[in-house]
Ligand binder design. Sequence first.
Ligand SMILES: C[S@@+](CC[C@H](N)C(=O)[O-])C[C@H]1O[C@@H](n2cnc3c(N)ncnc32)[C@H](O)[C@@H]1O
Length: 240
Amino acid sequence: MPELIAVGCGPGDPDLLTVKAVKAIQNADVIMCPTSKEGKPSIALSVVSSIIDNSRKKQIVNLVFPMTKDRETLEATWKKNSKILAEGVLSGKNVVYLTVGDPYLYSTWIYLHRELETKYPEIKITVIPGIVSIFTFASKVGISIAEGAEKITIIPSCYDLSQVKELAKNSDTMVFLKDGRYFEQVIELLKEAGFSDDSIFAIGQDLDTENEIVKKLTLGEVTKDTMTTKYFSIMVVKRV
Ligand SMILES: C[S@@+](CC[C@H](N)C(=O)[O-])C[C@H]1O[C@@H](n2cnc3c(N)ncnc32)[C@H](O)[C@@H]1O
């Protein structure tokens, strides 16, 4: 049965790739990976580039996923890219699809998987999990994401933030992903939800790259300057 392997590549450090991921990538004839614009390098590909054995010729295919919330454009993109993946697999090649972190957390893979399952049931799908950015970040700042009976909420900050306060009232740890430019908006809401000034506050940007920023302080110490400015950001606020 033709097989497609989706590979979670972790957040950036190639040493955090699983052994299974390395084997699948090295065994691939074709590596397909997401990028947000034509000609823009794929971040997932950059994570694994050092382990690609150049003596074995591999085809690299960047699949473009535009950063848009327009449903029609998104659906057309998922359809087009899943077709490219399926055609690669059905031509008899070993194809892997790379994603940053884990394939099942806010990843392009989720939509491709859905398309492939329904339109190409003849393809066997194997998914190799990857280290999630949240946990790389937790290990860098040395905080627990949850302990005992604590509850966690994960919020993609570039969408509707109107429920943040209600969710925060019932959570011990709030994890914000996806875009540092929106993080500042929720600080007051967290305080109103009962997060005290001595709550743990940690923020990171571009983890595992040469531009990495990691800060850990208290919620009361946060100022405008504490905030990150890029899409590849994480913020964790935790009650003490
Ligand atoms: C499309 S989601 C992908 C999440 C990914 N599948 C995971 O398991 O971590 C992209 C978001 O993940 C977070 N992220 C992933 N890798 C990161 C990194 N190296 N540094 C900072 N944030 C990262 C950021 O919040 C970013 O906006």
